[in-house]
Every structure is written in C-alpha cells, then in structure tokens.
Design a protein around this ligand. Sequence first.
Ligand SMILES: *[C@@H]1O[C@H](CO)[C@@H](O)[C@H](O)[C@H]1NC(C)=O
Length: 240
Amino acid sequence: MAFTLGLLRRRCRLWGRKRGLAVLMVAMVGTALAATYLRHLAQQRGVKEQPPCTVTQEQRRGLYLLLAAVSALLTRLSITHFLCFDSLWGAVHESGPLPWDPHAHLCALNEKVSRHEEAELLRAFRRRGLALEYSSAEGQYTIRNSSSALGTFEAPTVRVVLFEEDERVQMLRRVGWRRRLLPPDCDAHPSLQCFPPNLAASPLPIRPFGPLSLPAPREDIDLLKFHYPETWWRPLQPHC
Ligand SMILES: *[C@@H]1O[C@H](CO)[C@@H](O)[C@H](O)[C@H]1NC(C)=O
C-alpha cells in the first residue's frame, strides 16, 4: 500500500515537472487535429460543388433528344405516358432530370401498348433509330439511341414502365411476370407499385422537363407519395 502511494507521489512529481511539455504537446496535437478537420470540411464543400455522379452535357443533350423522340412516338401510337419515378421527382423539384441521373423514366398504360403488335412497335422505334428492349419480368421497355457513339460515359436510356388496371382493386399495378402471381393486395405488396387510375386519366397536364414539355400525372405529388411512401416529403438523395 505504502509502496503504491509512494509510486503515485513520484509519478505526480514527474507529471508536475513534465506538465509544461505535456500541455505543449496537447496543444500541438489539438492544432493538427483542428487543421485536419478544417481540410476535411473544405474537401466536403469541394465534393458538393463537384459531385462524383455528374452528368455530362453530352449525356443531357442525348437524353433530351431521346426523350423527345420517345414521347412523340408514343403519342403517335396513342399510348398514354407520363413522367414518373425519379423523373417525376426531378420534374417536381428541378423542372428537369435529377442532376445526377443520366436516364429518364416514363410510365405507360399497358392497355394502350397491347393494342399494338410487338413487331409493329419494334419497327416503329427502329425506323427512328431507336433500339427497344422489353423485359417481360419487369414489364418495362428500355429504349436507347442505336446510333449514339460508345463514349466513356454511360449512354442515356428511357425506361418505359407499364401499368395496367386490376379490376378487383381498381388500382393500376405494374405488369411483368415477376409480379403476376402476387395477389392484388396493394398494401401487402409494395412491389406492385400501385396507384389510382385517376392519376393517369387523359387529358394529362404538360410539365416542363429541361427544354422539353412532357405529360405528367394528374396530381404529381400524389403519385410521388405512391412511388415513395416513406421519403416523398424530403429531397431525394443521389444513389451514387
Ligand atoms: C441519336 O444519336 C445521333 C448521334 O449522336 C443523333 O444525331 C440523333 O439525333 C440521335 N437521335 C435520337 C432520337 O436521340
């Protein structure tokens, strides 16, 4: 016990003598940490000005050309379509695409699409230099410009997501075999991505989307609430 106390006292004396040095060291370490933190803050500001997932002007131009062509063709084919998902979010908050998104989303009514033969659709798109690819699992077309040069950047695409009305619940639900076997319980199966048909009832309003004017759902915020029930009220964060 006495031994321990003695040791402690000696340590304290030692500490007393070295206190000046210790304080100096703490101050130096503190300064270094503060400098590092300030550099980190500055870097963060830099990152915000130049986000990692930027979209080049060329990609933007390509997307607008593609969207204009797709929307014009869908209109010609009398296929009801409108901005949805992230593109609707962009239209509401930015009057255009989300700044980090090189692609666009449209939703369309399958009832109008299925009036056309698959081959007829393919031909119509191909004639305009557009490549059309259908995913029967997801119930979605992916459309690209077939002649756009393969640069270092991802070529823009327009995804057209198909919905059809389920008579039993009177809601539009996403088509595609992946969801076909699910019972039409919109609340139990969020992946059905249901929304009420009146939101897609013609005539649809037209919204600015960058330099374009595109059809939008009747109540755009209402559709956002159906698409993103948990997060519609706050700004969307980049996925990249
Ligand atoms: C496809 O790309 C070519 C070359 O970049 C461009 O001239 C043309 O306008 C584009 N067409 C569409 C529909 O995007």
